[in-house]
Design a protein around this ligand. Structure first.
Ligand code: IMP
Length: 198
């Protein structure tokens, strides 16, 4: 079985990816290759960041690998927080502060449309491949639910009436941006289907 490095320290993401790739591909996280480096993430787009992280591992450790980057894009805020989602309220901000800033910026706005977008960059024998997954929805004005992380308590995906934080992980993991991007990666690696974005 081929081995791929998932450029992440997040055990939850790693387990999720293993399950999604149906254990047909051997996936290890950064600790699995003894990498404890501070990997730079200085891109201005999700694609740049995903490629930057994947290249760091491919160029320094020489493993086939993939990296993901996700952002929440809010229509009335011209796509913000986007690539800056993790540090929207400042460099050392947390989800609480990020949500508070988001709700403050959306106060009084009737257009609450938003989407999560994930870009996955794969480096396979030196070639770059990109995959994308999105989920459309809207931002509500107060937090609901305790599951998940990040902006989950204020995001309701289209077709549902509960926030991601009210849904079970099983439901979120079938409809989420990350699940869709990982599904594309799976289709490519297992079934040789073409990537979605350039
Ligand atoms: P990352 O690229 O996966 O680290 O995501 C960047 C930031 O986007 C996170 O710190 C979260 O604030 C937000 N985010 C990413 N994925 C999700 C999600 O599934 N739900 C809610 N927020 C998310």
């Amino acid at each position: 079985m081929e081995t791929f490095v998932f450029v992440t320290n997040n055990q939850h993401k790693l387990e999720e990816a293993k399950a999604m790739l149906k254990n047909k591909i051997n996936i290890v996280g950064l600790s699995g290759i003894g990498c404890y480096d501070n990997i730079p993430e200085t891109g201005k787009t999700l694609k740049e960041n995903a490629l930057q992280k994947a290249h760091f591992i491919y160029d320094n450790y020489h493993y086939n690998c993939f990296a993901d980057d996700t952002g929440l894009e809010v229509e009335a805020l011209d796509g913000s927080p986007g690539v800056y989602s993790a540090r929207y309220a400042g460099e050392s901000s947390n989800s609480e502060a990020n949500i508070a800033k988001l709700l403050a910026n959306l106060e009084g706005k009737t257009n609450r449309k938003a989407r999560f977008r994930t870009v996955v960059a794969l480096l396979y024998n030196g070639n770059e491949f990109l995959f994308e997954g999105t989920v459309n929805g809207h931002i509500i004005s107060e937090r609901k639910g305790v599951n998940g992380f990040g902006y989950d308590p204020v995001f309701i995906p289209n077709g549902y009436n509960q926030t991601f934080a009210e849904q079970s992980a099983a439901v979120k993991n079938t409809i989420s941006h990350r699940a869709k991007a990982m599904a594309q990666l799976y289709e490519f690696l297992i079934k040789n289907k073409k990537p979605t974005i350039q």
